[in-house]
Design a protein around this ligand. Structure first.
Ligand code: HEC
Ligand code: HEC
Length: 217
C-alpha cells in the first residue's frame, strides 16, 4: 500500500517535470506543438497557411511535387532561371506513372541512396542530390508546382489527396521525411526552403487549430 502511494507520488512528480503534455517528440528534433481547437483565429490560421504555402511552393519542395506530366523540375535561381519560371529536369528525365522512373531510367541511377545521414553529401554544385532514402516524385495528387495557395490548401486538407493523413500526421511527416531535411539544407549552392522545419510544423498545427481555412481563389 505504502509503496503504491510512493510510486504514485513519484510518477506524478515525474509527470510534472516532463515537458508539457501538449508536445511530443518526433523524428529528428522537430516537435509537434499542439494548439487547442479554436485558440487560433481564422485570420491567424490564414496567415499560418500562407507561411506553409511559402515553403510548399518553393522550388526545393515543388520541383518534386509535380502533376501528371511526371516531369521533375529544375526551377529556381541555382538552375539559372528566375523563381517564377518553370524549367523541366534536363536529359529528358521522366518519372513515369511509377514516379521513380522504372519505365525509363530510374531516378536512383543518378540520385544514389546514402546509407545514412551525411551533411556533406550534396556539397558539390550541380551534382544530383542524394538523401538516405529513395529519390522520387511526390504522389500525383500532391501537385503543388505552379499551383495557387488556394489549390494547395484544399489539396492538403483533403484526406483523399494527402495520403489519408490528419494535419497532425502531415506535420509529423515533415519531420520524418529525409527529403525534407535535405530541402532545408540542400548544399551545392541551392537556396534552402524558407522558414524552418519547426516553423513549417507549427504553421500547419496552428492552421489546423483554426479549422484549416483556405484563401479564396
Ligand atoms: C525528391 C522529391 C521531393 C521533394 C524535394 C519534396 N517532396 Fe514532399 N513528397 C515526396 C514524396 C515521394 C512523397 C510521398 C511520401 C509519402 O507519402 O510517404 C511526398 C509527400 C509529401 C507530403 C505528404 C502529404 C501529401 O500531400 O501527399 C508532404 C506534406 C510533403 N511531401 C511536403 C514537402 C515539403 C514541405 C517539401 C519541401 C520542404 C517537400 N515535400 C519536398 C517527394 C518530395
Ligand atoms: C541522368 C542522371 C539523372 C537522373 C536519371 C535523374 N536525375 Fe534528377 N538531377 C540530376 C542532376 C545532375 C541534378 C542537379 C542538377 C543541378 O543542380 O544543376 C538533378 C536534380 C533534380 C531535381 C532538382 C532538385 C532541386 O534542387 O530542387 C529534382 C526534383 C530531380 N532531380 C528529380 C529527379 C527524379 C524524380 C528522377 C527520376 C524520375 C531524376 N531526377 C532522375 C540528375 C539526374
Amino acid at each position: 500500500m505504502k509503496t503504491t502511494t510512493i510510486a504514485a507520488i513519484l510518477s506524478a512528480a515525474l509527470f510534472a517535470l516532463s515537458p508539457s503534455a501538449a508536445t511530443a517528440e518526433t523524428g529528428s528534433g522537430g516537435v509537434v506543438n499542439e494548439f487547442a481547437d479554436g485558440s487560433v483565429t481564422r485570420e491567424e490560421g490564414l496567415t499560418n497557411w500562407q507561411t506553409y504555402y511559402e515553403v510548399a511552393s518553393h522550388p526545393r519542395c515543388s520541383n518534386c511535387h509535380v502533376g501528371a506530366s511526371n516531369q521533375p523540375m529544375w526551377t529556381g535561381p541555382s538552375y539559372g532561371a528566375s523563381l517564377g519560371k518553370a524549367r523541366p529536369h534536363g536529359m529528358n528525365v521522366n518519372a513515369g506513372e511509377s514516379r521513380i522512373g522504372v519505365e525509363t531510367l530510374m531516378c536512383s541511377t543518378c540520385h544514389t541512396t546514402l546509407s545514412g545521414p551525411d551533411p556533406d553529401a550534396n556539397a558539390e554544385p550541380h551534382a544530383a542530390p542524394r538523401v538516405a532514402g529513395a529519390w522520387q516524385l511526390a504522389p500525383v495528387e500532391a501537385e503543388w508546382f505552379g499551383k495557387s495557395s488556394s489549390y494547395v490548401c484544399n489539396q492538403l486538407r483533403d484526406p483523399e489527396r494527402n495520403g489519408d493523413r490528419s494535419i497532425r500526421e502531415v506535420a509529423e511527416h515533415l519531420d520524418h521525411d529525409v527529403i525534407l531535411h535535405w530541402a532545408w539544407n540542400p548544399g551545392g549552392g541551392r537556396e534552402p526552403a524558407p522558414h524552418s522545419l519547426q516553423m513549417a510544423m507549427d504553421a500547419l498545427m496552428k492552421w489546423a487549430a483554426a479549422g484549416t481555412p483556405c484563401p479564396a481563389e
